[in-house]
Design a protein around this ligand. Structure first.
Ligand SMILES: [Zn+2]
Length: 351
């Protein structure tokens, strides 16, 4: 199937239709799972559980099989969940989270009736799995775990489970957002390690003149910091790649006319730190992209950059009216619209 010739709008229509079909099929699969399980047909086929049948015979991965089984149980208790599943306001992960809590309650000797389950399902509609978990934790009064778990694993890695307070988590999340340029695929382990390495480097520098060789990503982070200005505070780290990035965009002017090429060669001056700060503050440290038709706002905090509404390459100015805060994806999207960037694949690779 060659999709490269399909128009953008047609492609989106097709995908939306396929997703609707997938949800319908998911609902049907859950119904069939319930019926096969009720008749214990898996036993006849030589499996000791529905889970084994789903994984060993039907080829589901363990996670996928588990989620379908849990969701099927919720569906059995509350048949109206089918509608929500098909319209997409509830998904398999959420139903699994709900079923886990119900099972836990029953284990504790408490009853969860259909009305309570229905109400819970109403409440978690259109919520992310993080928000769903938060709601369920409060609703079911789940115990707060504070003990730390450190488990060594066979490859010498360590599994660490820690509890953070709400404020501590906010601080960590803020650091993660600020460092998203340095750690684009950053997970929590990478973030914590980077912060620790930076601290060690700072402390070691204080007590000894002996040069220790910092890990590669610290060098990168430090060079990025230097490349902008020495007076930057943490809030500006998120913009560190901005000027390099935009200059790179300005370099891609093959499709522009000669006048534009001339303008594109104008030397880009770094924006004033105060102006950048003001722009970030005005944007509430979030991407300002809004879909022109639906009004959907992006609000991402990931890899924020300052974007020129009218690019420098076509005569735009460094004035606050011409500047806005965008995430990396929307900065690339804007550049693409101005013909400053050719998209070769879905990842927005520069060509
Ligand atoms: Zn965005």
């Amino acid at each position: 199937m060659d999709l490269s010739k399909v128009t953008n709008s047609e492609l989106l229509v097709r995908l939306e239709k396929l997703v609707r079909t997938e949800r319908k099929i998911t609902h049907l699969i859950l119904c069939h799972i319930n019926e096969v399980e009720a008749r214990r047909l898996y036993a006849e086929l030589g499996f000791d559980s529905m889970f084994k049948y789903l994984t060993k015979h039907l080829g589901y991965g363990e996670d996928s099989a588990y989620r379908r089984l849990q969701a099927a149980r919720v569906l059995k208790q509350v048949p109206t969940v089918a509608e929500k599943l098909e319209e997409g306001s509830l998904n398999l992960t959420q139903l699994t989270q709900v079923q886990k809590c119900i099972k836990q309650e029953i284990k504790l000797g408490n009853k969860v009736d259909i009305h309570q389950t229905t109400q819970i399902l109403e409440e978690i509609q259109n919520k992310s799995s993080f928000e769903t978990q938060k709601y369920l934790a409060q609703e079911f009064n789940l115990p707060i775990q504070i003990h730390e778990v450190i488990k060594p694993q066979q490859d010498n890695s360590v599994r660490l489970e820690i509890t953070f307070t709400e404020d501590q988590m906010k601080t960590l999340q803020q650091a993660k957002d600020l460092l998203s340029h340095v750690l684009p695929d950053g997970n929590w382990a990478e973030l914590i390690t980077l912060l620790a390495e930076k601290h060690i480097q700072k402390e070691m520098g204080k007590i000894s003149n002996q040069r220790i060789k910092p890990p590669k990503r610290i060098i990168e982070a430090n060079e990025l910091e230097k490349s902008e200005t020495k007076n930057f505070n943490n809030a500006d780290i998120r913009e560190l790649k901005l000027s390099n990035h935009s200059d790179a965009l300005l370099g891609i002017t093959g499709s522009l006319t000669s006048t534009h090429s001339f303008l594109a060669q104008r030397k880009r001056k770094n924006l004033k730190v105060t102006l950048k700060r003001a722009l970030l503050k005005k944007a509430n440290q979030r991407c300002e992209y809004t879909h022109p038709q639906s009004g959907k706002k992006c609000e991402s905090t990931y890899q924020l950059q300052i974007d020129h509404l009218i690019p420098l390459a076509v005569g735009g100015l460094d004035t606050s009216g011409n500047l806005r805060v965008l995430c990396r994806a929307h900065n690339l999207h804007a550049a693409q619209r101005w013909g400053l960037l050719a998209i070769k694949d879905g990842n927005g690779t520069r060509t």
